[in-house]
Design a protein around this ligand. Structure first.
Ligand SMILES: [Zn+2]
Ligand SMILES: [Zn+2]
Length: 583
């Protein structure tokens, strides 16, 4: 016989890492108005008192279960549509729903919401040029638009156009960028909620919400009552939008899904959209002349004539170092390809299938990206003697100082304060630490071009875009310099012409041939429990193991994510990375 619970019962998702299921609780007397779907509560779970979220209201508990009352109401949490979005994200990136609902929740308890700002007619949007006005309008005209804006172009017109249509959501790859976007809107007299601090103002409604990755789940009531403007993602190619830790979710993917569910336009803005972005929707570009002028002048220092055993610096680099002004030199040291050059013809040795760098393995050559092997023979001249291009990084700063005849400072990811020197050398972190430069030089660009990841070429172009932003538009006269043995690589050609389509055209056939995204969906599985777990996956292809990691490939995300979600996880550590950054 079924026992009726004495009152209203809600279903609660506990915020406990090891538990991905829900439990039923009674709504206590007097708390009826405060508790709804999304409310953050505390509950007694076994012997422990834990936090959680109400995820369903007015439920019938399973037979024989006598629910305990909710212990405490903590405050407001995400709305029902955002909780649904969290469930979708948990499926899409093989994570726990609670991880995403936590991301969607305020950092501190929100008991009451501030007053909603009085609705004001948006001011007429002023654009730098009529061409940019047309582009901004087109970007938020409907559906999904991939907006290719050159590095030096200001995307604030697209943001203003979205905001003029209604409260919008703007996602930025860094906190400083989000602050500057929010500041611009405030200066124009527009209501803004900057996440994560202004969660309550966002939940009150009437404001455009600006933030970084986590803001993809921010409250935007206008998306639920039909008055929303648009979703805008700035610098969509930037890795700041993706979570490095599992679940390896991307704010771009969440933004696209959120806009689709809310029925609002979505503008995915980038100077160098990836093939995965381009597969999402229609492409909006400025005129060829306008786009080209927004990329810096690129100087290509072809090092093929130099002996592979000579140093890191091309002779032509010296005048640049001595020219005055701020010069930034980039030399990535970690996790990059080890390059081999033929001693006879000096050509770099590359994979015949995918073009990545090869290294010596078991008496032959092996590709770090697609694992193709071949005998130890130069693909250009047939010689069999290779020389590793080792970069002597330890004395780079001193050598540069001697060449430049002026002080050189060093910047890495760990540097607390950027040295106040006219010349800086560092890892790519240096590009995020200085606001502008007269020249940016990549000392070993082939490391970027031939890296073992399938996205290596796109990431290399993203570095050039970042550098181009530091030196400003073509007319300002700044320069981006690359030292390379591959002067005709599509990345170099694309940046030279300020035309990222040239790289996309070259990359697409390779991706299709190798069945990498966007023609397939990938997940990387590792951890002690991985071997037994991947053996039971159905409807997907399992490759590996390679260095203790398995690559799981599905024809699309529906197939891949259904396979991952439908297969119970064994005890033991298992790391599942959908859209892995390191493959
Ligand atoms: Zn050769
Ligand atoms: Zn390969």
């Amino acid at each position: 016989m079924k026992v009726r619970p004495p009152g209203r019962v809600v279903r609660v998702l506990p915020d406990v890492p090891a538990i991905d299921k829900t439990f039923d609780y009674l709504v206590p007397d007097g708390a009826g108005d405060e508790i709804r779907v999304g409310t953050m509560v505390r509950i007694q779970l076994g012997a422990r008192r834990v936090g959680g979220w109400v995820v369903a209201d007015g439920v019938d508990p399973p037979d024989g279960v006598v629910p305990r009352p909710v212990a405490k109401v903590r405050g407001r949490g995400p709305s029902p549509p955002v909780i649904d979005l969290c469930r979708w994200a948990a499926w899409r990136w093989a994570g726990r729903t609670a991880t995403f609902v936590g991301t969607a929740s305020p950092e501190r308890a929100v008991v009451a919401l501030p007053a909603r700002p009085a609705p004001a007619l948006p001011p007429a949007v002023v654009h730098a040029s009529s061409a940019l006005a047309g582009l901004a309008e087109d970007a938020v005209a409907g559906g999904l638009a991939v907006v290719r804006l050159p590095p030096a172009a200001d995307p604030s017109g697209v943001v203003a156009e979205a905001d003029a249509r209604g409260p919008s959501l703007v996602l930025c790859p860094s906190v400083s960028r989000a602050e500057s976007v929010a500041g611009r809107l405030r200066e124009a007299g527009r209501p803004v909620a900057l996440l994560p601090g202004e969660w309550a103002a966002a939940a009150a409604g009437g404001a455009t919400v600006v933030g970084t990755r986590a803001a993809a789940f921010a409250p935007v009531p206008a998306f639920e009552d039909g008055s929303g403007g648009a979703v805008v993602v700035l610098d969509a190619h930037d890795e700041g939008h993706a979570s490095g830790a599992a679940p390896t979710w991307s704010a771009v993917g969440v933004a696209v899904e959120r806009a689709r569910r809310a029925g609002v336009p979505c503008a995915v803005v980038s100077p160098c959209p990836t093939l995965e972005h381009l597969a999402l929707g229609r492409l909006v570009v400025s005129s060829r002349a306008e786009e080209r002028s927004g990329w810096a002048v690129l100087d290509v220092l072809d090092r093929r004539a130099d002996d592979p055993r000579t140093g890191l610096f091309a002779p032509r680099l010296v005048p640049l170092l001595r020219a005055g002004g701020r010069v930034v030199l980039v030399l990535n040291r970690k996790g990059r390809a080890r390059l081999l050059a033929c001693v006879s013809c000096r050509e770099l040795q590359r994979c015949q299938r995918c073009g990545a760098a090869v290294s010596e393995a078991d008496g032959g050559l092996r590709c770090g990206r697609c694992a193709t092997t071949r005998p130890l023979v130069c693909q250009h001249c047939g010689a069999t003697t290779m020389k590793a291009l080792r970069v002597g990084v330890s004395r780079v700063r001193e050598e540069l100082e001697a060449l430049a005849g002026r002080p050189v400072g060093e910047v890495t990811g760990d540097t607390a304060e950027v040295p106040d020197t006219p010349v800086l050398v560092g890892t790519e972190a240096v590009l995020h630490r200085v606001a502008d430069a007269d020249a940016v030089c990549f000392l070993d660009f082939d490391q970027e071009l031939l890296g073992p990841r399938y996205r290596a070429a796109e990431q290399a172009l993203a570095l050039l875009a970042r550098a181009a932003r530091l030196v400003g538009p073509r007319r300002r006269g700044g320069r981006v310099v690359v030292q390379t043995r591959l002067p005709r690589h599509p990345v170099v050609v694309a940046a030279l012409h300020g035309d990222p389509a040239r790289l996309a055209a070259a990359e697409a056939p390779t991706r299709a041939a190798l069945r990498f995204p966007p023609v397939a969906a990938l997940a990387l599985i590792s951890g002690p429990a991985a071997a037994t777990w991947v053996a039971g996956l159905r409807g997907v292809e399992v490759l590996g193991p390679d260095a203790g990691r398995w690559l799981v490939r599905g024809p699309d995300y529906a197939a891949l994510c259904d396979a991952l979600a439908g297969h119970p996880r064994p005890p033991g550590r298992l790391r599942v990375e959908v859209d892995p950054l390191r493959v």
